[in-house]
Design a protein around this ligand. Structure first.
Ligand SMILES: [Fe+2]
Length: 340
C-alpha cells in the first residue's frame, strides 16, 4: 500500500511487552500507531482520531475487546477490527467474528505475520469501499422522495429545507472534487439528515418557545433515530453513519457520540455547516430568517469550535463568490426528470 505514514492504527493491549513489540513492528512498517492500555483510553482515542484499523486484545483491565468492537460498530465505523487473543478457544474467536471482527491473531504470535494481517485487512476495506454494492438508483430515489414527503408533511417549516441543504453540500463536494459516487452519498445524506424527526412528537417539532430539558433530550435523539431508519436499507449504509454524526461538533461537545475533529466523518462535517447555514436563513417556528451575510458571519464565529474551520472557510468563499458558480443540479432532480 502507498502512503503508509497516513494509515492510523489503534493498538489496544495492556500487556506492556506485547504492546511494545507490536508497536515497534507497526512503526517499522511505517504505520502511525496510537496506543491504549484500557477500554476507556481506547474509546477516548476513537472519539478524537480518524482511524484506519483497530488491533485489540480481548482481555482488558476495565472490560474486553468485544465491548470496544460493539462501540466501534455503534459509531457506525466500518473500519477493520482485528482481535488479539491469548486463547485458542474457537468459540471466543467465532463470537468475535460473528460480532463483526474482521480477523484475529492468537498470542504468542509471530511478529513477522503482523504486516500481512494488517495489509490484508486494509486492502479488503479499500476494495469493499471502492466496489460497494451497486445502488438501484430508481428505487432509492422513490424511497427518498417518500421519506422526505413524510417528514415535510409533519413539519411545514422544513419544506424544501433538505433540498437546499443538499444543493449547498454539493457545492462543497464539487469544490473538493469528490467523485460522482461520493457526491451522491453526500447528496442522499443531506436529503435525509433530519429524517429522524419523523419519530419526534409534533409538540416539540413545532414549538414556538424554547424547549424544556426533557424535550431537548428527545429532540437530540433524531440523528440516532434517523440513522437507524436509513440503516435498514442496505444501499444506504454509508449514509446512515453520516446522519448519525451530523450534530457532532468539531470541539467534541456535540452529540450523540461526542466525536471531535477528523474523527467526525467528512460528509457529516460538511452537513453540519450547510445545515446550520440553511437553518439561519430560513424562517422557523421560533424565529425570523436572517440574511446570508449574517448567517456566514455566524458560521465564521463558530469555526474551530462547532464547525470544521477549513470547510467553513471554503463554504464562505464559495457563497461569497456565488455569482460565478452555477447552481449545482442534484442527481435526484435529474433522475426525477428522467422518470417523468
Ligand atoms: Fe438535525
Amino acid at each position: 500500500m502507498n502512503q503508509k505514514s497516513t494509515v492510523k492504527i489503534l493498538l489496544v493491549e495492556d500487556d506492556k511487552v506485547t504492546f511494545r513489540a507490536v508497536q515497534r513492528s507497526l512503526e517499522k512498517q511505517g504505520f502511525l500507531c496510537y496506543g491504549a492500555g484500557t477500554l476507556a483510553e481506547a474509546v477516548t482515542i476513537l472519539k478524537h482520531e480518524a482511524l484506519d484499523l483497530v488491533l485489540c486484545d480481548l482481555m482488558l483491565p476495565d472490560g474486553n475487546g468485544m465491548e470496544l468492537l460493539e462501540i466501534v460498530r455503534m459509531f457506525l465505523m466500518d473500519i477493520p477490527f482485528v482481535v488479539i487473543t491469548a486463547s485458542e478457544k474457537k468459540s471466543l474467536i467465532r463470537d468475535a467474528m460473528n460480532m463483526g471482527a474482521n480477523d484475529f491473531l492468537t498470542k504468542p504470535f509471530n511478529l513477522d505475520n503482523l504486516p500481512t494481517v494488517v495489509e490484508r485487512n486494509l486492502i479488503r476495506e479499500k476494495i469493499n469501499g471502492a466496489h460497494g454494492r451497486p445502488r438501484k438508483v430508481s428505487v432509492l430515489i422513490k424511497t427518498i422522495q417518500a421519506l422526505i414527503a413524510a417528514l415535510e408533511a409533519k413539519d411545514s417549516y422544513t419544506s424544501g429545507h433538505s433540498m437546499r441543504v443538499a444543493r449547498h453540500a454539493r457545492l462543497i463536494g464539487n469544490a473538493l472534487k469528490l467523485s460522482e459516487d461520493e457526491q451522491f452519498t453526500l447528496e442522499l445524506s443531506a436529503l435525509l439528515h433530519d429524517i429522524g424527526k419523523i419519530g419526534m412528537p409534533d409538540s416539540i417539532l413545532n414549538k414556538t418557545s424554547s424547549l424544556e430539558d426533557m424535550e431537548y433530550k428527545t429532540a437530540k435523539e433524531h440523528p440516532v433515530i434517523g440513522s437507524n431508519i436509513v440503516g435498514k436499507i442496505d444501499e444506504l449504509q454509508g449514509v446512515s453513519a453520516i446522519i448519525r454524526h451530523h450534530h457532532e461538533r468539531f470541539d467534541g461537545k456535540g452529540y450523540p457520540d461526542g466525536l471531535s475533529g477528523q474523527a467526525i466523518p467528512l460528509f457529516a462535517r460538511i452537513l453540519a455547516i450547510v445545515d446550520a447555514y440553511e437553518s439561519i436563513v430560513s424562517k422557523r417556528s421560533y424565529r425570523n430568517p436572517k440574511t446570508s451575510g449574517e448567517a456566514l458571519s455566524e458560521l465564521e464565529k463558530n469555526a474551530g469550535t462547532q464547525f470544521d474551520p477549513e470547510l467553513t472557510a471554503l463554504f464562505i468563499k464559495l457563497l461569497t463568490n456565488k455569482g460565478t458558480n452555477p447552481e449545482p443540479q442534484l442527481k435526484i432532480e435529474s433522475e426525477m426528470e428522467k422518470s417523468s
